[in-house]
Design a protein around this ligand. Structure first.
Ligand SMILES: [Zn+2]
Length: 182
């Protein structure tokens, strides 16, 4: 590769990696290709291996009280407090409770809400229910494997999905694709 080709490749690379999906076919390929964001040699659980623990076991397993309150009691972290708001490296956002992969870095976008936000998910990883905590109904979603609460999904996200998966950062752990520090 000569210098000019190299410079052109550098200029094109970020654009290709983060090209915004234009239609549902693009979304489908983001979903189909999620495993390409896993670091080499890392094995992850699947939604069909349920993880059921007692309250005490969850308290021991989770890193702190906030993670317990959000994941196990449907709490909400304060907006703007998660370091994952600014996480832009290629990789996987997995459930902090059980390690199930939930989103890739390509599914994340800046919603301006102060919570990590995604316009689609890895397929088949969440169950949903309606909740009425704020009087009007919202769609709550939780991890299919461990039942941990993650957030709410709204219909004001970017096209083509128009979905905004508004996720508590404390419910997620980031696995960088290059095997770097989480
Ligand atoms: Zn989980």
């Amino acid at each position: 590769m000569d210098r000019r080709t190299f410079v052109l490749a550098l200029a094109a690379a970020p654009f290709c990696a983060y090209a915004q999906p234009k239609n549902m076919k693009d979304i489908q390929s983001l979903q189909d290709n999620w495993k390409s964001f896993l670091p080499a040699g890392v094995s992850v659980p699947s939604p069909t291996e349920p993880l059921k623990l007692s309250k005490d076991e969850w308290r021991k397993r989770l890193p702190n009280e906030l993670a317990y309150r959000v994941l196990r009691e449907e709490g909400t972290e304060r907006a703007g407090t998660s370091h994952l708001n600014d996480e832009k490296r290629p990789g996987i956002f997995a459930c902090a409770g059980c390690g199930l992969p939930l989103f890739t870095s390509e599914m994340k976008y800046e919603s301006g809400t102060g919570w990590p936000s995604f316009f689609t998910t890895i397929p088949g990883v969440f169950d949903t229910k309606k909740d009425f905590y704020l009087i009007y109904p919202r769609t709550e979603y939780h991890c299919k494997r461990c039942g941990g609460h993650h957030g709410h999904v709204f219909d004001d996200g970017p096209p083509p999905t128009n979905q905004r998966w508004c996720n508590n950062g404390v419910s997620l752990k980031f696995i960088p694709k290059d095997g770097g520090k989480a």
